[in-house]
Design a binder for this molecule. Structure first.
Ligand SMILES: Nc1ncnc2c1ncn2[C@@H]1O[C@H](COP(=O)(O)OP(=O)(O)O)[C@@H](O)[C@H]1O
Ligand SMILES: [Mg+2]
Length: 325
């Protein structure tokens, strides 16, 4: 599977898709995906958005999950219109966005978003709706340095297809727990199918999360992930953090809660990597899953695969990790 763009500088999907004309995405768009629920997609999307905004960038966070966890976790329970109205063509991005804590602009979701899956069957190119809305928003003068799209676990559904179609980069979120490598390989297979349907390639980058350096398993797994994904993996890994669990209950990104906690520090480091992203990494086709983290990276690794254990963040006393095996 060729998961990357061969375009060094521009967006990854200029050209034609299923006969429909496409062009450059108006903003850098990152889709947060993994078909596994509870692996940290929403936490990563919300707090990376917060970190990018904290450095002064203009950030749009799009909640594309009917569960609306990003929306609720930012303390927003908006009246209509929401993102479903945008996808249906009944509202513009400009009309539907709200200002959220952490200097974020949020395009909120609501449970009604699930209905889009049903009505999309009667639409031509329903997967292109989000991108079309973003192009229209740019035409109307809206500008963003980053657009982050939090996806539902249905990676093969039409909502995720919208995020992927609009995306400049696909961020695969991998919880550094049991079966992480197998899950990541499975996710790449799903992405491969969507890429085939959309007649394009995705520039996939991998973010490790919920990392607990106290467990040998997690440390070995991180090495295996780096070996498997090479430079497509971000150096920054998001550690387990109690503050990251608390922040949504308080309706804020973690930076607003405690800018010095490990969650805020990790996302600040990740944000610095994200602003330097370029389309110059080729991720090799998905390899079959293997049994143990230590052996998983070696036989099927791309030649560029390297481990970066030296880049692991150091634990801080201000935040207590949740033990995970
Ligand atoms: N780095 C982390 N440290 C501690 N808890 C985390 C971390 N990332 C996610 N969580 C918690 O794990 C659960 C699932 O995360 P979430 O982001 O909602 O996953 P997803 O969007 O993939 O379903 C949530 O309770 C969240 O607070
Ligand atoms: Mg989620």
């Amino acid at each position: 599977m060729d998961t990357t763009s061969d375009d060094q500088a521009g967006p990854s999907h200029a050209g034609s898709v299923n006969g429909a004309a496409t062009g450059p995405a108006p903003f850098p768009v990152y889709a947060f995906v993994n078909q596994k629920g509870g692996c940290g997609k929403t936490t990563t999307a919300v707090n990376l958005a917060g970190a990018l905004a904290a450095r002064g960038d203009r950030v749009l966070l799009i909640d594309l999950d009917p569960q609306a966890h990003a929306t609720l976790g930012l303390g927003c329970s908006p009246d209509r219109p929401t993102v479903v109205d945008v996808l249906l063509g009944d509202a513009s991005v400009e009309e539907a966005v709200v200002l959220a804590p952490g200097r974020l602009t949020l395009l909120p979701a609501e449970p009604r978003l699930a209905e889009f899956e049903e009505v999309s069957g009667r639409m031509i190119h329903p997967e292109q709706r989000l991108r079309t809305a973003l192009v229209e928003a740019a035409r109307r003068g809206m500008t963003f340095d980053h657009v982050l799209v939090d996806c539902s676990p249905r990676a093969d559904g039409v909502l995720c297809a919208n995020a992927l179609f609009a995306s400049t980069y696909t961020f695969l979120i991998v919880e550094t727990g049991a079966f992480a490598l197998q899950g990541a390989v499975q996710a790449l297979k799903v992405l491969d199918e969507v890429a085939d349907n959309q007649e394009r390639t995705f520039d996939v980058r991998v973010i490790g999360t919920m990392f607990d350096r106290r467990t040998k398993f997690a440390r070995e797994l991180l090495v295996a992930l780096h070996a498997r994904f090479g430079e497509a993996m971000f150096e920054t890994v998001i550690r387990t953090s109690v503050r990251l669990r608390e922040a949504p209950a308080l309706g804020v990104p973690v930076q607003e809660l405690d800018p010095t906690c490990r969650g805020a520090v990790d996302f600040a480091a990740l944000a610095e990597e994200v602003v330097k992203l370029r389309h110059d990494i080729v991720l090799q086709p998905a390899a079959p899953p293997t049994a143990s983290p230590a052996s998983a990276g070696t036989p099927s690794s791309p030649p560029s695969g390297e481990s970066h254990p030296g880049s692991l963040p150091h634990p801080s006393p201000d935040d207590v990790a949740s033990p995970r095996a």
